[in-house]
Design a binder for this molecule. Structure first.
Ligand code: UDP
Length: 374
């Protein structure tokens, strides 16, 4: 009988395994159907010495000193402030769209008028979601809002989600608000960094404990009838766990295509977005993240597509009222199973970043420690 079985050796499962073994001194078996640990944070150094993120770019950031200190036990960091450019009418502008973008996109006099109006209306250093900016009454600000909506958000969002910004939960485009500032960073969190030796190495260090056994190439389906456990922590898809009895929870996925070029540097930022052109949404150039030197460079192109079980990965949950109420039906089922806990991006059916995923695993651990689970 295994004390703790964790299904899914991604970020949530690894954090939980690490804390159960280290702080509760209990044995953990963690399994994953993939042939590697780290889930969609998986990275590896390629033959040119460039660290590539197999499932697309991951930039760690948090405001939590607790989370930062916790991970820092297992890795050194390269401090890294992410920046993104977007190609609008062939011009590179900082994304999120900000006052610097304004001066890149418009003639100086017009940009200046718009800047003054934006500051008057919203205040300096404020962030305004695009859907909110579109509600302004001022004619010129309205022109600006429509411009940003069309050139930055509409095309990108339709490619990414197969839906317009209004058809999605406001938090989706709200996470990249127009910024009335000169801050070109993509994120504002206090701690922003990339593990010096990669995410996979950091996770290996977290799993390196005599009480943790990690089994790869082992799907839940293949063990569910045979492994006896006291507690199950399930970080996979909750709808699949319940054999889709209320229907599928939909996701968007990505077809990520890699390319190695014989040149030192391809683009002017680690990530360049293409809201209007091409079928991919963005190009990532990996050597930026750890400032790796090579006369070659590795790029990835992200082509969004529908999720289909067995064909690609569940990446982005498609959140709306319908899918949320379907998820709630699964949650009700979950409540009937006191020895099973669902967590992580797929267990919570949420658009989680790494920080939120770790916070979720901490919450599960704390409930476990304070006896809320058996
Ligand atoms: N988005 C956009 N244009 C951009 C950047 C973002 O329309 O240039 C929208 C798009 O809907 C996207 C969402 O904002 O899915 C969130 O973007 P983010 O970069 O946070 O996405 P992630 O890195 O999680 O894929």
């Amino acid at each position: 009988m295994i004390k703790n079985l964790i299904v899914g050796c991604g970020l949530s499962g690894i954090v939980l395994a690490n804390r159960i073994a280290n702080e509760l001194n209990e044995a953990v078996l963690i399994i994953d159907s993939k042939n590697h640990i780290a889930g969609t944070c998986y990275d590896f150094k390629d033959e040119n010495g460039i660290t590539v993120h197999q499932y697309g770019p991951h930039i760690f950031r948090t405001n939590s000193k607790e989370i930062w200190d916790y991970l820092s036990q297992y890795t050194q960091w390269r401090p890294f402030m992410h920046n993104v450019l977007g190609i609008i009418d062939g011009i590179e502008v900082p994304i999120p769209f900000n006052l610097n973008s304004l001066y890149k996109a418009f003639p100086p006099k017009l940009a200046e008028r718009l800047e003054i109006k934006l500051i008057d209306e919203f205040g300096y250093n404020k962030k305004v979601p695009i859907l909110e900016l579109r509600n302004t009454q001022d004619k010129e600000l309205n022109f600006l809002a429509e411009y940003i909506y069309r050139k930055v958000f509409l095309g990108y969002t339709v490619k990414q989600w197969d839906a317009t910004p209004e058809q999605l939960d406001a938090s989706v485009t709200g996470s990249v608000p127009v910024s009335i500032s000169r801050d070109d960073r993509y994120f504002q969190e206090k701690y922003q960094a990339i593990p010096k030796e990669g995410y996979t190495r950091m996770f290996e260090n977290m799993l390196n404990h005599p009480l943790i056994e990690c089994r790869l190439n082992a799907s839940w389906q293949s063990v569910r009838e045979t492994i006896q456990y006291e507690r199950l922590f399930f970080t996979g898809a909750i709808d699949e766990f319940f054999d889709y009895r209320y229907g599928e929870l939909p996701y968007r996925s990505l077809d990520i295509r890699f390319e190695t070029l014989e040149m030192e540097k391809y683009q002017n930022a680690p990530v360049v977005n293409y809201p209007e052109n091409y079928d991919f949404t963005r190009i990532t150039e990996y050597k930026y993240f750890l400032n790796e030197k090579s006369d070659k460079t590795v790029l990835s192109y992200e082509y969004p597509e529908a999720f289909a079980a067995g064909r690609n990965e569940r990446i982005y949950p498609i959140l709306n009222e319908g899918t949320q109420s379907r998820y709630n039906q699964y949650l009700e089922e979950a409540k009937k199973l006191p020895h099973v806990v669902f967590l992580g991006r797929l267990g919570a059916y949420r658009y989680y970043d790494m920080n939120r995923t770790i916070a979720g695993a901490f919450e599960t651990f704390e409930k476990l420690t304070y006896g809320r689970y058996k």
